[in-house]
Design a binder for this molecule. Structure first.
Ligand code: 48F
Length: 269
């Protein structure tokens, strides 16, 4: 077969543009493609929700590739293993815990999320949010995201961004909890935390952090849920190091909570 460079170029531009146009109005926008974001994307897409995930880097996977200190193995407890089992990721028992190969876990999470129908937009960074106070609603809520190419951010070019609308957003940006920081800075409203502000991540305490990651997986500003490390950073709990059960379960919980909210909205309308 003769290769036609023009067709190859047109295929890429047209297919990408179509994917982008089809995902300008979402049920759920996920900011960050680490383990929590990928698990949330998988469960939402499996539930037939229109979901797109935005990841600043070239590769999805966040901090999961490197296991602990670049020894590329992860550790999960029994509850976390259930998520890995469901996704078909192999685990191996180790003194009451389970280990998994970080590369197998990361690549499989990514591929299962995509195969379930989630669309990943890598090399894009979320630089702002759209906040509106809609008629009949008490408080302002996030209704969309402001997006730019990571290359624009990196080169510090003064190029205006584009936007996407979403009924719900998940901040899964990890330790930095970037989206909530933008909302804290720009909304002029209190966050749904005890102090009304980002409470900040505390130092390492795996046992407590694994539990609180799940407790803290909730709405942190109207329309925005936090999951993964962003949940503990927002609500002021500990980091946990390379045990990943909490990250996986948190992504799953965020998806389940949002699915319930979307169902409530459908029943009301
Ligand atoms: O850091 P990350 O893996 O977050 P996570 O899903 O998992 C945390 C664990 O990896 C580990 C841990 C477990 O014990 O503590 O650290 O909570 O993934 C966050 C992703 O979000 C991307 C970032 O590049 C990374 O891949 N990200 C951060 N800010 C933005 C973003 C942004 N503004 N726009 C797009 N992507």
């Amino acid at each position: 077969m003769k290769l036609d460079e023009q067709v190859i170029t047109r295929a890429i531009i047209e297919r990408f543009t179509q994917k982008w146009i089809d995902h300008l109005d979402l049920d759920v926008a996920i900011v960050g493609g680490g383990p929590s974001g990928l698990v949330a994307a998988y469960y939402l897409a499996k539930n037939a929700r229109k979901v797109a995930l935005f990841e600043r880097k070239l590769s999805i996977g966040g901090g999961m590739w490197g296991g602990g200190m670049m020894f590329n193995q992860i550790v999960v407890q029994d509850e976390g293993k259930e998520v890995l089992d469901e996704l078909g990721i192999s685990t191996h028992p180790f003194e009451g815990y389970h280990t998994a190969d970080a590369v197998e876990a990361t690549t499989t999470l990514g591929s299962k999320a995509c195969q379930a129908g989630a669309k990943v937009f890598n090399l894009m960074c979320v630089e702002d949010v759209i906040i509106r106070q809609t008629h009949g609603q008490e408080s302002a809520r996030v209704v969309g995201l402001v997006i730019n190419w990571s290359a624009v951010e990196k080169a510090q070019l003064a190029v205006d961004p584009l936007t996407v609308h979403a009924r719900f957003t998940i901040d899964v940006t990890g330790h930095e909890t970037e989206l909530m920081r933008i909302i804290e800075r720009k909304s002029g409203s209190r966050l749904l935390t005890e102090t009304g502000k980002i409470m900040g991540e505390r130092s390492l305490w795996a046992e407590v952090a694994e539990h609180t990651t799940l407790e803290n997986t909730r709405e942190a500003f109207p329309g925005v849920y936090v999951a993964g490390m962003a949940a503990n950073a927002t609500f002021g709990s500990y980091r946990m190091g390379p045990i990943f059960g909490g990250m996986l379960l948190s992504g799953k919980k965020a998806a389940e909570l949002i699915i319930q909210r979307l169902e409530q909205d459908t029943n009301i309308s």
